[in-house]
Design a protein around this ligand. Structure first.
Ligand SMILES: Nc1ncnc2c1ncn2[C@@H]1O[C@H](COP(=O)(O)OP(=O)(O)O)[C@@H](O)[C@H]1O
Ligand SMILES: [Mg+2]
Length: 434
Protein backbone atom coordinates (compact mmCIF):
# COMPACT_ATOMS: atom_id res chain seq x y z
CA UNK A 1 0.00 0.00 0.00
CA UNK A 2 0.96 3.61 -0.37
CA UNK A 3 3.11 5.73 1.92
CA UNK A 4 2.69 9.49 1.95
CA UNK A 5 5.23 12.15 2.83
CA UNK A 6 4.65 15.87 2.81
CA UNK A 7 7.86 17.90 2.65
CA UNK A 8 7.50 21.57 3.54
CA UNK A 9 4.19 21.72 1.74
CA UNK A 10 2.74 25.20 1.48
CA UNK A 11 -0.43 26.32 -0.28
CA UNK A 12 -1.20 29.94 -0.99
CA UNK A 13 -4.43 30.45 -2.93
CA UNK A 14 -4.74 33.02 -5.69
CA UNK A 15 -6.45 35.49 -3.37
CA UNK A 16 -3.40 35.35 -1.08
CA UNK A 17 -4.89 33.02 1.52
CA UNK A 18 -2.14 31.01 3.14
CA UNK A 19 -4.06 27.80 3.74
CA UNK A 20 -1.20 25.40 4.48
CA UNK A 21 2.09 26.61 5.94
CA UNK A 22 5.22 24.44 5.52
CA UNK A 23 3.67 21.18 6.65
CA UNK A 24 5.89 18.12 7.10
CA UNK A 25 4.10 14.84 7.69
CA UNK A 26 4.83 11.15 7.08
CA UNK A 27 2.06 8.60 6.80
CA UNK A 28 3.24 5.03 7.06
CA UNK A 29 2.14 2.04 5.08
CA UNK A 30 -1.27 0.87 6.30
CA UNK A 31 -1.50 3.61 8.89
CA UNK A 32 -4.74 5.34 9.87
CA UNK A 33 -3.71 8.98 10.16
CA UNK A 34 -6.27 11.51 11.37
CA UNK A 35 -5.86 15.15 10.41
CA UNK A 36 -7.55 17.14 13.16
CA UNK A 37 -8.27 20.83 13.51
CA UNK A 38 -11.01 23.43 13.49
CA UNK A 39 -12.86 24.51 10.42
CA UNK A 40 -10.67 26.54 8.08
CA UNK A 41 -7.31 25.31 9.40
CA UNK A 42 -6.32 23.75 6.06
CA UNK A 43 -7.23 20.08 6.44
CA UNK A 44 -9.15 19.73 3.19
CA UNK A 45 -6.45 21.61 1.32
CA UNK A 46 -3.84 19.11 2.55
CA UNK A 47 -6.04 16.23 1.49
CA UNK A 48 -6.71 17.74 -1.91
CA UNK A 49 -3.00 18.22 -2.52
CA UNK A 50 -2.37 14.57 -1.67
CA UNK A 51 -5.12 13.61 -4.10
CA UNK A 52 -3.68 15.85 -6.79
CA UNK A 53 -6.75 18.10 -6.91
CA UNK A 54 -4.69 21.12 -5.82
CA UNK A 55 -1.08 21.91 -6.61
CA UNK A 56 1.20 22.84 -3.73
CA UNK A 57 2.61 26.35 -4.04
CA UNK A 58 5.90 24.95 -2.76
CA UNK A 59 7.16 21.73 -1.25
CA UNK A 60 6.74 18.14 -2.29
CA UNK A 61 3.96 15.61 -2.02
CA UNK A 62 5.58 12.18 -2.08
CA UNK A 63 3.80 8.90 -2.70
CA UNK A 64 5.74 5.71 -2.10
CA UNK A 65 8.90 7.73 -1.81
CA UNK A 66 8.56 9.48 -5.18
CA UNK A 67 7.70 13.12 -5.75
CA UNK A 68 4.14 13.05 -7.04
CA UNK A 69 3.51 16.77 -7.56
CA UNK A 70 3.06 16.27 -11.30
CA UNK A 71 1.27 12.95 -11.14
CA UNK A 72 -2.34 13.26 -12.35
CA UNK A 73 -4.99 12.24 -9.78
CA UNK A 74 -5.97 9.18 -11.81
CA UNK A 75 -2.50 7.73 -11.52
CA UNK A 76 -2.27 8.04 -7.74
CA UNK A 77 -4.31 4.92 -6.80
CA UNK A 78 -6.29 7.05 -4.38
CA UNK A 79 -9.93 6.79 -3.35
CA UNK A 80 -11.73 9.70 -1.70
CA UNK A 81 -14.88 9.92 0.37
CA UNK A 82 -16.32 13.32 1.15
CA UNK A 83 -18.92 14.59 3.53
CA UNK A 84 -21.31 15.22 0.64
CA UNK A 85 -21.01 11.94 -1.13
CA UNK A 86 -23.44 11.42 -3.99
CA UNK A 87 -24.81 8.05 -5.03
CA UNK A 88 -26.45 7.42 -8.37
CA UNK A 89 -30.15 7.38 -7.41
CA UNK A 90 -31.32 5.30 -10.37
CA UNK A 91 -28.76 2.54 -9.78
CA UNK A 92 -29.00 -0.28 -7.28
CA UNK A 93 -26.60 -0.47 -4.37
CA UNK A 94 -24.67 -3.19 -6.17
CA UNK A 95 -24.35 -1.12 -9.33
CA UNK A 96 -23.30 1.92 -7.35
CA UNK A 97 -20.52 -0.01 -5.64
CA UNK A 98 -19.51 -1.71 -8.87
CA UNK A 99 -19.56 1.44 -10.98
CA UNK A 100 -15.82 2.19 -10.77
CA UNK A 101 -15.09 -1.41 -11.75
CA UNK A 102 -17.40 -1.15 -14.73
CA UNK A 103 -15.65 2.06 -15.80
CA UNK A 104 -12.35 0.24 -15.51
CA UNK A 105 -13.64 -2.50 -17.77
CA UNK A 106 -13.79 -5.28 -15.17
CA UNK A 107 -15.86 -8.23 -16.44
CA UNK A 108 -19.23 -8.91 -14.76
CA UNK A 109 -17.99 -12.13 -13.25
CA UNK A 110 -15.16 -10.97 -10.99
CA UNK A 111 -17.01 -7.69 -10.63
CA UNK A 112 -20.01 -9.29 -8.90
CA UNK A 113 -17.75 -11.16 -6.56
CA UNK A 114 -15.79 -8.08 -5.55
CA UNK A 115 -19.00 -6.13 -4.99
CA UNK A 116 -20.28 -8.91 -2.77
CA UNK A 117 -17.03 -9.04 -0.78
CA UNK A 118 -16.92 -5.33 -0.14
CA UNK A 119 -20.64 -5.15 0.65
CA UNK A 120 -20.41 -7.97 3.16
CA UNK A 121 -17.41 -6.37 4.83
CA UNK A 122 -19.50 -3.22 5.19
CA UNK A 123 -22.60 -5.05 6.44
CA UNK A 124 -24.74 -4.13 3.45
CA UNK A 125 -24.53 -7.46 1.62
CA UNK A 126 -28.27 -7.98 1.91
CA UNK A 127 -29.37 -4.69 0.34
CA UNK A 128 -27.46 -4.90 -2.95
CA UNK A 129 -30.70 -4.89 -4.96
CA UNK A 130 -32.12 -1.75 -3.37
CA UNK A 131 -32.00 1.82 -4.58
CA UNK A 132 -30.26 4.47 -2.46
CA UNK A 133 -33.60 6.08 -1.58
CA UNK A 134 -34.59 2.88 0.21
CA UNK A 135 -31.56 3.03 2.52
CA UNK A 136 -30.87 4.68 5.85
CA UNK A 137 -28.26 7.44 6.08
CA UNK A 138 -25.74 5.04 7.54
CA UNK A 139 -26.30 2.48 4.80
CA UNK A 140 -25.85 5.15 2.14
CA UNK A 141 -22.56 6.18 3.74
CA UNK A 142 -21.45 2.54 3.64
CA UNK A 143 -22.32 2.33 -0.05
CA UNK A 144 -20.19 5.41 -0.70
CA UNK A 145 -17.32 3.79 1.19
CA UNK A 146 -17.83 0.57 -0.70
CA UNK A 147 -17.70 2.39 -4.01
CA UNK A 148 -14.46 4.08 -2.99
CA UNK A 149 -12.80 0.96 -1.71
CA UNK A 150 -13.86 -1.51 -4.39
CA UNK A 151 -10.99 -0.54 -6.65
CA UNK A 152 -8.58 -1.52 -3.90
CA UNK A 153 -6.88 1.82 -3.64
CA UNK A 154 -3.45 2.13 -2.12
CA UNK A 155 -4.54 5.23 -0.25
CA UNK A 156 -7.88 6.16 1.19
CA UNK A 157 -8.67 9.84 1.77
CA UNK A 158 -11.74 10.74 3.81
CA UNK A 159 -12.87 14.29 4.39
CA UNK A 160 -15.28 14.52 7.33
CA UNK A 161 -17.29 11.59 5.99
CA UNK A 162 -19.46 11.30 9.09
CA UNK A 163 -20.24 14.88 9.94
CA UNK A 164 -23.70 14.86 8.35
CA UNK A 165 -24.85 11.88 10.39
CA UNK A 166 -26.45 11.84 13.81
CA UNK A 167 -24.28 11.02 16.78
CA UNK A 168 -25.34 7.41 17.40
CA UNK A 169 -24.67 6.43 13.84
CA UNK A 170 -21.43 8.37 13.83
CA UNK A 171 -20.10 6.36 16.76
CA UNK A 172 -21.05 3.11 15.06
CA UNK A 173 -19.48 4.04 11.74
CA UNK A 174 -16.27 5.29 13.38
CA UNK A 175 -15.52 1.80 14.60
CA UNK A 176 -16.51 0.27 11.28
CA UNK A 177 -14.44 2.57 9.13
CA UNK A 178 -11.27 2.21 11.16
CA UNK A 179 -11.84 -1.53 11.47
CA UNK A 180 -12.40 -1.96 7.75
CA UNK A 181 -9.43 0.08 6.57
CA UNK A 182 -7.18 -1.80 8.99
CA UNK A 183 -8.50 -5.11 7.80
CA UNK A 184 -7.78 -4.11 4.22
CA UNK A 185 -4.43 -2.64 5.20
CA UNK A 186 -5.15 0.52 3.22
CA UNK A 187 -3.19 3.60 4.22
CA UNK A 188 -5.77 6.17 5.26
CA UNK A 189 -5.82 9.90 5.89
CA UNK A 190 -9.01 10.86 7.65
CA UNK A 191 -9.98 14.49 8.19
CA UNK A 192 -12.16 15.62 11.07
CA UNK A 193 -12.71 18.61 13.34
CA UNK A 194 -14.00 16.29 16.07
CA UNK A 195 -11.31 15.53 18.65
CA UNK A 196 -13.22 12.58 20.11
CA UNK A 197 -13.46 11.04 16.66
CA UNK A 198 -9.75 11.56 16.13
CA UNK A 199 -8.75 10.00 19.45
CA UNK A 200 -10.97 6.95 18.98
CA UNK A 201 -10.08 6.19 15.36
CA UNK A 202 -6.48 7.15 14.77
CA UNK A 203 -3.23 5.23 14.80
CA UNK A 204 -1.72 8.71 14.88
CA UNK A 205 -3.25 12.18 14.99
CA UNK A 206 -1.85 15.27 13.26
CA UNK A 207 -3.26 18.47 14.76
CA UNK A 208 -3.38 21.62 12.63
CA UNK A 209 -4.03 25.22 13.47
CA UNK A 210 -4.21 27.97 10.88
CA UNK A 211 -2.28 26.03 8.29
CA UNK A 212 0.48 25.03 10.72
CA UNK A 213 1.01 21.51 11.99
CA UNK A 214 1.12 21.64 15.79
CA UNK A 215 1.74 18.09 16.90
CA UNK A 216 1.77 14.54 15.56
CA UNK A 217 1.56 11.37 17.59
CA UNK A 218 -0.49 8.46 18.80
CA UNK A 219 -3.67 9.44 20.65
CA UNK A 220 -1.91 8.58 23.90
CA UNK A 221 1.05 10.79 23.04
CA UNK A 222 -0.83 13.88 21.92
CA UNK A 223 -3.37 13.62 24.72
CA UNK A 224 -0.87 12.73 27.42
CA UNK A 225 1.93 15.02 26.33
CA UNK A 226 0.61 17.75 24.06
CA UNK A 227 3.41 19.70 22.37
CA UNK A 228 1.63 23.04 22.60
CA UNK A 229 -0.98 24.78 24.67
CA UNK A 230 -3.26 24.73 21.68
CA UNK A 231 -3.13 20.96 21.38
CA UNK A 232 -3.65 20.65 25.13
CA UNK A 233 -6.77 22.77 24.92
CA UNK A 234 -8.12 21.12 21.79
CA UNK A 235 -8.01 17.51 22.99
CA UNK A 236 -10.20 16.03 25.65
CA UNK A 237 -13.50 16.72 27.29
CA UNK A 238 -13.94 18.54 29.56
CA UNK A 239 -11.23 20.86 28.33
CA UNK A 240 -7.92 20.92 30.14
CA UNK A 241 -7.91 23.48 32.94
CA UNK A 242 -5.30 26.11 32.08
CA UNK A 243 -4.09 28.41 34.82
CA UNK A 244 -1.62 31.21 35.07
CA UNK A 245 1.06 30.41 37.63
CA UNK A 246 4.04 32.31 39.04
CA UNK A 247 7.22 30.33 39.50
CA UNK A 248 9.45 30.68 42.51
CA UNK A 249 12.44 28.42 43.04
CA UNK A 250 13.59 27.27 46.47
CA UNK A 251 16.85 25.65 45.45
CA UNK A 252 17.23 21.98 46.35
CA UNK A 253 13.82 21.96 47.98
CA UNK A 254 10.95 22.66 45.63
CA UNK A 255 9.52 24.96 43.01
CA UNK A 256 6.49 26.95 44.09
CA UNK A 257 3.73 27.43 41.58
CA UNK A 258 1.53 30.24 42.79
CA UNK A 259 -2.05 30.14 41.56
CA UNK A 260 -3.87 33.22 42.84
CA UNK A 261 -3.36 33.06 46.59
CA UNK A 262 -2.82 29.31 46.71
CA UNK A 263 0.27 27.34 45.77
CA UNK A 264 1.41 23.96 44.58
CA UNK A 265 4.91 22.64 45.25
CA UNK A 266 6.88 20.70 42.70
CA UNK A 267 9.47 18.71 44.64
CA UNK A 268 13.08 19.21 43.58
CA UNK A 269 13.49 15.47 42.93
CA UNK A 270 10.76 15.69 40.31
CA UNK A 271 12.87 16.03 37.19
CA UNK A 272 10.42 18.53 35.67
CA UNK A 273 11.21 20.99 38.44
CA UNK A 274 14.58 21.70 36.77
CA UNK A 275 12.89 22.71 33.55
CA UNK A 276 10.27 24.77 35.33
CA UNK A 277 12.96 26.39 37.50
CA UNK A 278 14.22 28.26 34.43
CA UNK A 279 11.11 30.40 34.76
CA UNK A 280 11.95 31.60 38.26
CA UNK A 281 10.21 34.93 38.83
CA UNK A 282 8.12 34.54 35.69
CA UNK A 283 4.67 33.34 34.81
CA UNK A 284 3.90 30.09 33.06
CA UNK A 285 0.78 28.15 32.20
CA UNK A 286 -0.14 25.12 34.31
CA UNK A 287 -2.52 22.65 32.71
CA UNK A 288 -4.51 20.10 34.69
CA UNK A 289 -7.11 17.81 33.25
CA UNK A 290 -10.15 16.83 35.27
CA UNK A 291 -8.64 13.39 35.84
CA UNK A 292 -5.75 15.02 37.72
CA UNK A 293 -8.19 16.38 40.32
CA UNK A 294 -9.87 14.37 43.05
CA UNK A 295 -12.35 15.87 45.51
CA UNK A 296 -11.14 15.45 49.09
CA UNK A 297 -12.09 16.58 52.59
CA UNK A 298 -11.21 20.25 53.10
CA UNK A 299 -8.49 19.65 55.72
CA UNK A 300 -6.62 17.03 53.67
CA UNK A 301 -2.89 17.73 53.69
CA UNK A 302 -0.74 17.67 50.56
CA UNK A 303 -1.25 19.01 47.07
CA UNK A 304 -4.73 20.37 47.64
CA UNK A 305 -6.51 23.39 46.19
CA UNK A 306 -9.50 24.98 47.89
CA UNK A 307 -12.30 26.53 45.96
CA UNK A 308 -15.96 27.28 45.69
CA UNK A 309 -18.31 25.70 43.16
CA UNK A 310 -19.45 28.26 40.62
CA UNK A 311 -21.83 25.93 38.87
CA UNK A 312 -22.52 22.30 38.10
CA UNK A 313 -23.11 20.49 34.85
CA UNK A 314 -24.89 17.15 34.90
CA UNK A 315 -24.00 14.73 32.14
CA UNK A 316 -25.87 11.67 33.34
CA UNK A 317 -22.91 9.37 33.88
CA UNK A 318 -21.06 12.09 35.78
CA UNK A 319 -21.42 15.63 36.98
CA UNK A 320 -18.84 18.35 36.51
CA UNK A 321 -18.23 20.99 39.13
CA UNK A 322 -16.61 24.22 37.96
CA UNK A 323 -14.51 25.43 40.81
CA UNK A 324 -13.32 28.97 41.42
CA UNK A 325 -9.96 28.70 43.19
CA UNK A 326 -9.05 32.35 42.84
CA UNK A 327 -6.58 31.73 40.02
CA UNK A 328 -6.44 33.35 36.60
CA UNK A 329 -7.52 31.39 33.55
CA UNK A 330 -5.51 31.12 30.38
CA UNK A 331 -7.93 30.84 27.51
CA UNK A 332 -6.97 29.47 24.15
CA UNK A 333 -8.39 31.46 21.34
CA UNK A 334 -10.56 29.10 19.46
CA UNK A 335 -9.96 27.56 17.08
CA UNK A 336 -10.81 28.50 13.59
CA UNK A 337 -10.44 31.15 10.95
CA UNK A 338 -7.88 31.67 8.28
CA UNK A 339 -4.15 31.44 8.62
CA UNK A 340 -2.52 34.15 10.63
CA UNK A 341 -2.64 37.41 8.76
CA UNK A 342 0.64 38.62 10.24
CA UNK A 343 3.48 39.33 7.83
CA UNK A 344 5.48 36.15 7.19
CA UNK A 345 8.41 37.23 9.35
CA UNK A 346 6.21 37.65 12.38
CA UNK A 347 4.14 34.57 11.87
CA UNK A 348 6.20 32.33 14.10
CA UNK A 349 6.23 34.91 16.81
CA UNK A 350 2.52 35.26 16.65
CA UNK A 351 1.93 31.56 16.65
CA UNK A 352 0.29 31.91 20.00
CA UNK A 353 -0.10 35.62 19.93
CA UNK A 354 -3.81 35.37 19.68
CA UNK A 355 -4.18 32.41 21.94
CA UNK A 356 -4.78 34.22 25.13
CA UNK A 357 -5.26 37.75 24.02
CA UNK A 358 -8.90 37.37 23.41
CA UNK A 359 -10.78 36.22 26.40
CA UNK A 360 -13.62 34.18 25.23
CA UNK A 361 -16.59 33.54 27.42
CA UNK A 362 -17.96 30.09 27.87
CA UNK A 363 -20.00 28.48 25.13
CA UNK A 364 -19.33 31.05 22.47
CA UNK A 365 -20.25 34.20 24.38
CA UNK A 366 -17.21 36.28 23.64
CA UNK A 367 -15.84 39.46 25.05
CA UNK A 368 -14.34 42.16 22.91
CA UNK A 369 -10.61 42.28 22.56
CA UNK A 370 -8.80 45.06 24.36
CA UNK A 371 -8.76 48.03 22.07
CA UNK A 372 -5.13 48.88 21.82
CA UNK A 373 -1.87 47.09 21.55
CA UNK A 374 -3.18 43.57 21.31
CA UNK A 375 -1.91 43.02 17.80
CA UNK A 376 1.73 42.28 18.32
CA UNK A 377 1.92 40.62 21.66
CA UNK A 378 3.41 37.19 21.77
CA UNK A 379 2.41 36.00 25.22
CA UNK A 380 -0.43 33.67 25.97
CA UNK A 381 -0.57 35.00 29.48
CA UNK A 382 -3.01 37.68 30.53
CA UNK A 383 -1.56 41.14 30.72
CA UNK A 384 -1.68 42.11 34.39
CA UNK A 385 -2.32 45.72 33.51
CA UNK A 386 -5.53 45.10 31.67
CA UNK A 387 -8.94 44.07 32.81
CA UNK A 388 -9.29 41.02 30.74
CA UNK A 389 -8.18 38.66 33.45
CA UNK A 390 -10.67 35.96 33.97
CA UNK A 391 -11.07 33.76 37.02
CA UNK A 392 -10.22 30.15 36.31
CA UNK A 393 -13.06 27.68 36.66
CA UNK A 394 -11.54 24.30 37.30
CA UNK A 395 -13.52 21.42 35.84
CA UNK A 396 -13.72 18.66 38.45
CA UNK A 397 -15.45 15.30 37.97
CA UNK A 398 -18.00 14.29 40.58
CA UNK A 399 -20.32 11.34 40.90
CA UNK A 400 -23.60 11.82 39.04
CA UNK A 401 -26.00 14.27 40.70
CA UNK A 402 -23.88 14.89 43.80
CA UNK A 403 -25.34 16.27 47.00
CA UNK A 404 -23.59 19.61 46.59
CA UNK A 405 -24.76 22.78 44.97
CA UNK A 406 -23.37 25.94 43.50
CA UNK A 407 -21.68 28.11 46.10
CA UNK A 408 -20.49 25.19 48.22
CA UNK A 409 -16.80 24.92 49.09
CA UNK A 410 -14.85 22.06 47.56
CA UNK A 411 -11.25 20.90 47.98
CA UNK A 412 -9.43 18.93 45.30
CA UNK A 413 -6.25 16.94 45.49
CA UNK A 414 -3.93 17.54 42.56
CA UNK A 415 -1.96 14.71 40.98
CA UNK A 416 1.29 16.56 40.52
CA UNK A 417 2.64 14.03 38.02
CA UNK A 418 -0.31 14.78 35.75
CA UNK A 419 0.38 18.50 35.42
CA UNK A 420 1.37 20.09 32.12
CA UNK A 421 3.56 23.18 31.84
CA UNK A 422 3.69 25.67 28.97
CA UNK A 423 5.72 28.79 28.48
CA UNK A 424 4.22 32.13 27.60
CA UNK A 425 4.44 31.34 23.90
CA UNK A 426 2.37 28.24 24.43
CA UNK A 427 5.17 25.70 23.97
CA UNK A 428 5.49 22.75 26.30
CA UNK A 429 8.15 23.32 28.94
CA UNK A 430 9.19 19.83 29.95
CA UNK A 431 10.22 18.66 26.51
CA UNK A 432 12.58 15.74 26.77
CA UNK A 433 11.09 14.43 29.97
CA UNK A 434 10.03 10.74 30.01
N1 LIG B 1 -10.07 27.75 -3.50
C1 LIG B 1 -9.78 28.56 -2.47
N2 LIG B 1 -9.47 29.85 -2.65
C2 LIG B 1 -9.15 30.67 -1.62
N3 LIG B 1 -9.15 30.27 -0.33
C3 LIG B 1 -9.48 28.99 -0.07
C4 LIG B 1 -9.80 28.06 -1.11
N4 LIG B 1 -10.07 26.86 -0.54
C5 LIG B 1 -9.91 27.04 0.77
N5 LIG B 1 -9.56 28.31 1.07
C6 LIG B 1 -9.23 28.87 2.38
O1 LIG B 1 -8.13 28.16 2.89
C7 LIG B 1 -8.27 27.95 4.29
C8 LIG B 1 -8.24 26.46 4.57
O2 LIG B 1 -9.39 25.86 4.03
P1 LIG B 1 -9.70 24.32 4.13
O3 LIG B 1 -8.51 23.55 3.72
O4 LIG B 1 -10.97 24.07 3.41
O5 LIG B 1 -9.92 24.16 5.71
P2 LIG B 1 -10.61 22.96 6.52
O6 LIG B 1 -10.81 21.80 5.62
O7 LIG B 1 -9.66 22.69 7.65
O8 LIG B 1 -11.90 23.51 7.04
C9 LIG B 1 -9.56 28.62 4.68
O9 LIG B 1 -9.25 29.91 5.12
C10 LIG B 1 -10.34 28.67 3.39
O10 LIG B 1 -11.23 29.74 3.40
MG1 LIG C 1 -12.61 20.87 5.09
Amino acid sequence: MTTVALKDVTKVFQDGTLAVDAVNLDVNDGEFMVLLGPSGCGKSTVLRMVAGLEDPTSGAVMLDGEVANDLPPRERRIAMVFQDFALYPHMTVGDNIGFPLRLAGVEPNPRGERIQDVASALGIGDVLGRKPSQLSGGQRQRVAMGRAIVRRPGLFLMDEPLSNLDSGLRAELRAEISGLTRELGVTTIYVTHDQAEALTMADRVAIMRKGVLQDVGTPTQVYGRPATLYVAAFLGSPRMNLLEASVYVHLDRYVTLTLGDQALYLPWDDIRSRAVAHYHGERIVVGMRAEALTPVAPDTPGDVLQGRIRYLEHHGHESLAFLDIGATAVMVDEMGGAVDDAPPGQRGLRRFGQVMQRLKGRAGESQPEPVSGSGNRTSVLPDPGRHHRRPAELAVRLAPYPAVSAGAPLAVQVRMDALHFFDERGDRIDVGWR
